[in-house]
Design a binder for this molecule. Structure first.
Ligand code: SAM
Ligand code: SF4
Length: 480
């Protein structure tokens, strides 16, 4: 399992660190002579979603997915560059893959995603046994690169594009609970947060054709899915011009279009940016029962000087105003965050401002990291990474403790409340219990009764809690 420095208090589906390195696959019928690919994915939900686009491209040239490295003719690792440790983990995995290649000559190894983009041909020079290196905008070139690699050419394509959205590619769903799926709505990022490598590895922001998004979400619904998460680095800046009508579709319009697919299809999205989330989006969420009352709105720091150094383009007052707007327009909406501690020159007082912000905003959960300097970023060029590792780790622990307490209190406040939940699968601990999620993105566990099935909605009354889960029992739908 991936050992990043992120610390989670809860598990959500958008950036689930527990899934790092997961080998996505689905069982297919064995066909004699068919080639198989094995793919491991690291990083954010966007990478997991990209792996499904890659699977679709590979399927068209005759490859089937496998979860067994030993059975694979092609081993792919879809990489993340966001923190140094993420890259170290991938390097270790490549060593292991290379051992496998020595035992099974002819197996090809490919590096995909952000690390491929960041290191480019250096990858082929440094990691001698990598056969292909493919950046996030070049997956359509995979079949060509594979043909070359089979003939002994080591291939690379890391060209970034201003247009590529893979809009016409129907992803092969590798990640199969069959209930919730990711739909990518845009690629790249035009923000220049000083700590972040994403604008360099994923290129310029571009929005995908709104109709292709609705079509993909509808297809998921028709195939039994009951929840889609719309993905982008900054979903609130989604903007697509209809080439025929010349009218623009913004993010509020897009979630409304998706909400109309079916009242039984839940809509989630990630990630929202505090500078861009509009009241129009908030009112749209409030208007539709099937747009979930949960917003991931990363604050990064609670101190305005640090936010300025981070180039987040908002200050703590602006962030608080956005939180107030959410609470006013969508009562009961839960909010989660990303936080970086120990950023360049952060003082103890500024660190305490972050703890105060966590408490003030009453985050349901946060993804918390200590700062990891990334080569080429604005911060790496302009500021000294001067907070000692010990201090970074101590501060991280302090924010984790503050967040854990809040998560527990938030769950405690749910005792005796009744929620509509979507059943995602069996509880991890017992096959006599269901695991389900409410609109607020809280996980509920309850005993199986009434012959329910995965993908069904039902109502659950909360009886007890811990800091990660609500424990309850199924009840009749309450009269409103
Ligand atoms: N686009 C999203 C946003 O602006 O909130 C975040 C995308 S990034 C993939 C996910 C998170 O990783 C960021 O919100 C940030 O907290 C964290 N992160 C990014 N760069 C980092 C760095 N250099 N060191 C530590 N954490 C970092
Ligand atoms: Fe990185 Fe900032 Fe873009 Fe998020 S908004 S991907 S943190 S540059």
């Amino acid at each position: 399992m991936y050992d990043d420095n992120a610390t989670l208090v809860d598990i959500t589906k958008d950036i689930n660190e527990k899934r790092q390195g997961e080998a996505l696959y689905f069982e297919t019928q064995k066909i004699a002579g068919q080639k198989h690919f094995y793919i491991e994915s690291y990083g954010c939900a966007m990478n997991f979603s990209d792996s499904e686009i890659v699977a679709s491209i590979l399927k068209d040239v005759g490859y089937a997915p496998t979860r067994k490295i030993e059975d694979s003719d092609l081993i792919l690792v879809n990489t993340c560059s966001i923190r140094e440790k993420a890259e170290d983990t991938v390097r270790k995995r490549l060593e292991l893959f290379n051992k496998h290649k020595r035992q099974r000559p002819g197996t090809l190894i490919g590096v995909l995603g952000c690390m491929a983009e960041r290191l480019k041909s250096k990858f082929l020079e440094e990691e001698k046994l990598v056969d292909i290196v493919v950046g996030p905008d070049a997956y359509r070139d995979l079949p060509n690169l594979l043909l070359g690699a089979e003939l002994g050419d080591r291939g690379i394509n890391v060209l970034l594009s201003r247009e590529e959205t893979y809009a016409d590619i129907s992803p092969v769903r590798l990640d199969g609970n069959g209930v919730s799926g990711f739909v990518s709505i845009m690629r790249g990022c035009d923000n220049m947060c000083s700590f972040c490598v994403v604008p360099f590895t994923r290129g310029r922001e571009r929005s995908r054709d709104a109709f292709s998004i609705v079509a993909e979400a509808s297809e998921l619904f028709d195939n039994g899915y009951r929840e889609v998460t719309l993905l982008g680095q900054n979903v609130d800046s989604y903007k697509w011009e209809n080439p025929e009508s010349k009218k623009f579709v913004n993010f509020a319009n897009l979630i409304e279009m998706c909400a109309h697919i079916d009242p039984d299809l839940r809509i989630r999205f990630s990630t929202s940016h505090p500078k861009d989330i509009t009241d129009e989006v908030l009112y749209t969420i409030a208007r539709y029962d099937n747009i979930c009352d949960y917003i991931h709105l990363p604050v990064q720091s609670g101190n305005s000087r640090i936010l300025k150094l981070m180039n987040r383009t908002y200050d703590s007052e602006w962030y608080k105003e956005r939180i107030k707007a959410i609470r006013r327009i969508i009562p009961g909406c839960t909010i989660s965050s990303d936080i970086i501690t120990g950023f360049c020159s952060e003082t103890e007082e500024e660190h305490i401002d972050t703890i105060e912000m966590i408490k003030w905003a009453d985050f349901l959960m946060s993804y918390m990291y200590y700062y990891s300097e990334r080569p080429g970023t604005l911060a790496a060029k302009k500021y000294e990474d001067d907070i000692p590792l010990e201090t970074k780790k101590r501060r991280l622990q302090e924010i984790v403790d503050a967040q854990r307490q809040l998560s527990y209190l938030s769950n405690l406040a749910d005792i005796d409340k009744t929620y509509k939940v979507l059943i995602e699968g069996e509880s991890k601990k017992s096959n006599l219990e269901w695991r389900a999620r409410n609109s607020n993105n809280k996980m509920l566990v309850f005993p199986k009764t009434n012959n329910r099935k995965v993908g069904e909605y039902c109502w659950v009354k909360v009886k007890s809690v811990n800091s990660a889960t609500l424990i309850g029992e199924e009840v009749n739908q309450p009269m409103i």
